[in-house]
Design a binder for this molecule. Structure first.
Ligand code: F3S
Length: 71
């Protein structure tokens, strides 16, 4: 269980994001986009056992490697 190891959060590095949009297309419950079309994390990015898999999928699919998961 992830929460037993402490909080897990997903973050997008705004410097790296080029607006490819795979994150908010694949996981619209976790990610959205701003006025410029850059990906943003919805809320504070805290993940649970269900959403961590989606976040990892988005992380793997971001062409700019802008998504990271912090434990
Ligand atoms: Fe940006 Fe990667 Fe999403 S480039 S919009 S964080 S897929």
């Amino acid at each position: 269980m992830y929460h037993e190891r402490g909080l897990v959060k997903v973050v997008i590095d705004a410097e790296l994001c080029q607006g490819h949009g795979r994150c908010f297309t694949m996981a619209p419950d976790l990610f959205s986009f701003d006025d410029l079309g850059s990906g943003v994390v919805i809320g504070d990015g805290t993940l649970n056992d269900e959403t961590v898999a989606l976040a990892r999928l988005a992380q793997l699919n971001c062409p700019e490697h802008a998504i990271s998961i912090e434990e």
